[in-house]
Design a protein around this ligand. Sequence first.
Ligand SMILES: *Cc1c(COP(=O)(O)O)cnc(C)c1O
Length: 471
Amino acid sequence: MKDKAKLFSKLPKVDQVLSNDNIKKLMKRIPRDIIVESIREELDLLRKKIKDGIIISLKELEKEIIKLPNNVTSNANEKIKPKFKRVINATGVVIHTNLGRSLISPKIIDHIKDVTTNYSNLEFDLDEGKRGSRYSHIEEIIAKVTGAESAMVVNNNAAAVLLVLSTIAKEKEVVVSRGELVEIGGSFRVPDVMEQSGAKLVDVGTTNKTHIWDYERAIGEDTAALLKVHTSNYRILGFTSSVKLEDLVKLGERYNIPVVEDLGSGVLVDLSKYGLQYEPTVQESIKAGVDIVTFSGDKLLGGPQAGIIIGKKKYIDEMKKNPLTRAIRIDKFTISALEATLRLYLNEEDAIKNIPTLKMLTTSLNELEKKAQILYRKIDEKVEDNISIKITDQFSQVGGGSMPLEEIPTKAIMISSNNHSVSNIERKLRKFHTPIVARIYKDNLFIDLRTVKDEELDIIAEGLKFAIENV
Ligand SMILES: *Cc1c(COP(=O)(O)O)cnc(C)c1O
């Protein structure tokens, strides 16, 4: 106890650390308050080490005190860095909601910078010289790409569904199949959104089967819409049947009731051409005659977070007038990124090549194998004896609640260890200066090459070296 008291008394005071030359220099770059906070934290750490008996001699303490200015500098540097930062996605889940969903195409970054670091015609009609609409910029391109009559965009697809229902079905009834009352991502539940919008849910059919006459029987005086929800994140298999969109549209027409479809992901290219599972496209819904279609901007479309509402002009115009629109409106970042992303769709080849989500989903096994070889060679030399690495066949996922059953063959680096758990390696990778998020399955760690960029291979090799050496 006495020895500890002596060590505690040898710890420098905050002011003493502040007068260190390196810390004085640091003060030119980093606010004093932040540096003081870092000094306090680093001194607390030393105090804890003394208390826990990790530092037991004066000599050891002196060594630690010499390192103090350096540690304070790193600590303070961390404090001024943004907490929201880039990570490397090695999970193979392409639309990873926790890791930011779709990546913005680097091809459009200059444009985003141009219109956001300068003034813009966000709400200014340059022809008329008066106030314009922020939606005008994207309406035309959305209509062109999807074939819809009219369009608008809100904060996300959940907001889109909310706005649609609140505009056309407030205090009225909306008929929806029981098999489509889905929950997406834990925070979007069809019945809850419906309740928020003020619409009354009339669920028809059963979990596995809903027939057209189920809808027809539910139609009454108060019916404001027939809603179809794309069960994007799960499938009911086996003895099932749901109503074809075309049939629902016919029913809606017969009773003069609008048909609304929440497509969820909203894919604009038929991905089955590229070897993926068929997923109904936005264009097909419009062609089928659906009155209002909603979908996300940052799922399979591969753009920024947004909720896109397309369909008949008379309904879209009503939505623009709904006061709710103001609360869920998109800002100029979204408008610039969405418009530029959609413009890439004018040529399908451009879209596949330049929209990261589509590019990753369509990368060939051959290319992935090559990438795996390059990474393998980079890490093979760095690996210790008790760690094994090899290239294996794995499956990537689309993610974002899209195509839940789709398993896309991929190549991955598999890391196993016989003397320590790979979860330690996984944790260290997450703590790397550029965090690397990998996947663990049955005590093996996987680096899936599908979601990894070429220029990230060096960082991963470095990160693995760091992680393996420090487990
Ligand atoms: C993802 C999804 C939503 C929610 O979309 P966000 O853009 O995340 O708000 C709603 N409906 C369906 C069917 C979805 O797949």
